[in-house]
Design a protein around this ligand. Structure first.
Ligand SMILES: Cc1cc2nc3c(=O)[nH]c(=O)nc-3n(C[C@H](O)[C@H](O)[C@H](O)COP(=O)(O)OP(=O)(O)OC[C@H]3O[C@@H](n4cnc5c(N)ncnc54)[C@H](O)[C@@H]3O)c2cc1C
Length: 313
């Protein structure tokens, strides 16, 4: 990359960009990793520690909830394993229905034999008579894929929580997490089926996620405690909470798009609001956003209609 460049955000995206480019990473927190990080709590205490205490007497939690590193790009897996060695694990996960004290192995739709009498045949009849294909929201897609019975029983209430209440507004996404295959659903109504899904096996660093983030951070220049409060693309300047400013030729922002740092005078409101209000969450849109930030010469349109088919990337 020619000229000066700034990378905003020291989560895994910003750290990887910092390693690849050699340019500095500006991070608001005093530790790296963003939501892909661990923290530690001593038994009976509430204080969060970013590293395990010397005596090792602490529980480990993760900021983003449970993280299992999945995916198959050999270069990436080798890179991660070199920095923070770990193990591969086989997934054992279930849906828990508290009222019935019932565990149904994931994915629910392929294990209908666990459900109360009458649910499996009804669910299969609904799944096999799917006709709708013009769904616009994730809720629409889930109901049309799995039928009303499974939608009401599990998919809707679960995804309300999973999307933080946006399931009726965002476009269908993460289809790979809810695989739809009628033949497996039918088989699973009577007998066991083989494990499917995106994380049948996964990797986890022995020393926790923070070890990975910290070792990535050690390979690049991270400036901690620098919270961006404003980005002025027209002036090519970034303003930090402590009042300092940095100029740039190119800017790579990995900040969550719902953090409004873009100067109101230079960033169109439509772009600022696009992700939360249109369900436009595609990586392409994010790339365009970054491209726009770095050049500040054109305004991308994020406000596309939701895709006609669920994304599987
Ligand atoms: C609950 C949950 C579970 C997940 N599970 C998995 C999983 O099992 N496997 C998997 O591969 N992925 C999982 N993911 C996705 C994965 O965590 C994210 O894709 C990844 O961590 C995003 O990294 P990032 O660097 O893009 O963003 P972030 O981690 O959000 O990093 C952004 C960084 O910017 C910083 N920042 C924010 N505002 C400012 C500011 N104003 N100025 C300066 N810095 C700022 C933040 O402190 C943060 O460090 C999960 C995500 C969640 C939420």
């Amino acid at each position: 990359m020619a000229g000066s460049a700034l990378i905003l955000g020291g989560g895994v995206t910003g750290l990887a960009t910092g390693i690849a480019s050699g340019f500095p990473v500006y991070e608001a927190a005093d530790v790296p990793g963003g939501i892909c990080a661990s923290y530690y709590v001593r038994p009976g205490r509430a204080e969060r520690l970013s590293a395990p205490p010397d005596d090792g007497e602490a529980y480990r939690f993760e900021i983003g909830g449970g993280h299992w590193i999945f995916g198959g790009a050999p270069d990436v897996l080798t890179f991660i394993d070199t920095l923070a060695p770990g193990r591969r694990y086989v997934r054992h996960s279930s849906v828990y229905f508290a009222q019935d004290e019932l565990y149904v192995p994931y994915p629910l739709q392929n294990n209908l034999r666990y459900l109360k009498d009458g649910i499996a045949p009804r669910a299969l009849a609904e799944m096999s008579s799917r006709t709708k294909s013009d769904w616009r929201t994730m809720a629409d897609w889930l109901e049309s894929s799995f039928g009303k019975t499974l939608f009401d029983l599990f998919f809707y209430p679960f995804n309300v929580r999973y999307t933080d209440g946006l399931v009726d507004r965002v476009a269908p996404q993460d289809a790979y997490k809810s695989p739809v295959q009628l033949s497996l659903a039918i088989r699973g109504a009577f007998q066991g089926t083989s494990a499917v899904g995106y994380n049948v096996s996964y990797f986890y660093p022995t020393d926790g996620l923070s070890a990975l983030a910290q070792r990535m951070a050690a390979r690049c220049t991270v400036v901690y405690g620098r919270r961006v409060v404003e980005i002025r693309p027209d002036q090519k300047r970034v303003v930090f909470a402590d009042g300092s400013e940095e100029g740039y030729e190119r800017l790579v922002s990995t900040l969550p798009l719902n953090r409004r740092c873009w100067s109101r005078t230079s960033a169109p409101r439509r772009a600022l609001d696009a992700r939360p209000t249109t369900g436009c969450t595609s990586p392409t849109a994010e790339r365009r956003f970054i491209a726009w930030a770095s050049t500040a010469t054109s305004i991308p349109c994020f406000c596309r209609p939701p895709p006609a088919t669920p994304r599987t990337a």
